[in-house]
Design a protein around this ligand. Structure first.
Ligand SMILES: [Fe+2]
Ligand SMILES: [Fe+2]
Length: 302
């Protein structure tokens, strides 16, 4: 099972601090251990940081209009995002993401907005929701640790080595977040968001908590609904939901989380467990799509 890797270079944060030295093994145990040594940093709500300017984009995006049609839904999501507590160093990481990898930054805010809408639909405003929103914003932090040339890839088939580098990002992000936040839901969110019911990476000994599955589905939905160089156009909300329904049917995505997405897209009234996946599916899909799914390592090669 692929559940650990060896650093091929130092893992460095946006301030230049070394989080882990080359040759360190990033394993579930190493992530737990670095979390125990994390400093107790004070956190500010996102509303008090420069990141507050980034909240409006996903809330106003036409593609997400079905999620926010119910009166008050947009304001509820906005309030949770603004309350997301972050230490300064992670605010700086997200600002660096905005400067250096704007597509990943946009994806982070879209994922957080969609995930919060889904979670509000499922359980209402709970005490942990702002921390889950912070985790959704940071779920792809590990992408910052990849070579820049991999971000410019066109989406076609990847060299095996490059595929392994990309497959490293959940573990790198989880280690980075554990080093800063200690015990925090963001760590599991980063580590598990490509698990795909065991069809993705890295391997897990047990399924992640449902909230993590919700954020994973929100991340997939956000990726499908944004332009990418390897597709002639983005999916619309319905087309993206169709893709995720097919994945849930094939057991490559969590069925309950996909039901919750469909439920939120339909307005969020009633019980999401009652959602039935309809046929036929008639959302917009791109005419051309050169996307090739990543083949993750089948086992560790340390
Ligand atoms: Fe990711
Ligand atoms: Fe993502």
């Amino acid at each position: 099972m692929f559940d650990r890797l060896t650093l091929v270079e130092d893992l460095v944060d946006c301030r230049g601090h070394v989080l882990g030295r080359k040759h360190l093994v990033i394993s579930p145990e190493a992530i737990a251990e670095v979390g125990q040594r994390a400093p107790a940093l004070s956190r500010r709500p996102l509303a008090e940081t420069p990141l507050v300017a980034d909240v409006a984009a996903p809330l106003g995006a036409p593609v997400y209009a079905p999620l926010f049609e119910r009166p008050g839904a947009r304001a509820e999501v906005e309030a949770v995002l603004r309350a997301a507590p972050l230490p300064d160093v992670l605010v700086e990481e997200l600002e660096a993401l905005r400067r250096e990898l704007p597509v990943v930054h946009q994806h982070a805010f879209a994922t957080a907005a969609v995930a919060v809408r889904m979670l509000l639909t499922a359980v209402g405003r709970t005490r942990t929701l702002p921390s889950l929103a912070a985790g959704a914003l940071l779920h792809d932090l590990g992408m910052r640790h990849l070579p820049r040339r991999l971000h410019a890839r066109g989406g076609g088939p990847l060299a095996t080595r490059d595929g392994y580098r990309i497959a490293a990002h959940p573990l790198l992000g989880a280690f980075h977040l554990a080093a800063v936040l200690g015990s925090h839901p963001a760590v599991a969110i980063a580590r598990c968001h490509h698990w795909r019911c065991g069809q993705g990476y890295p391997g897990l000994r047990a399924p992640p908590p449902r909230a993590v599955e919700v954020i994973a589905v929100a991340s997939a939905f956000a990726a499908l609904t944004h332009p990418r160089p390897y597709r002639s156009s983005a999916y619309d909300a319905r087309g993206a939901a169709d893709v995720l329904i097919s994945e849930a049917t094939a057991r490559h995505a969590d069925r309950g989380a996909v039901k919750l997405l469909v439920h939120a897209l339909r307005g969020g009234e009633g019980d999401p467990r009652e959602v039935r996946f309809g046929v036929p599916r008639d959302g917009h899909a791109p005419d051309q799509n050169r996307y090739a799914p990543l083949t993750a390592p089948a086992r560790n090669a340390l």
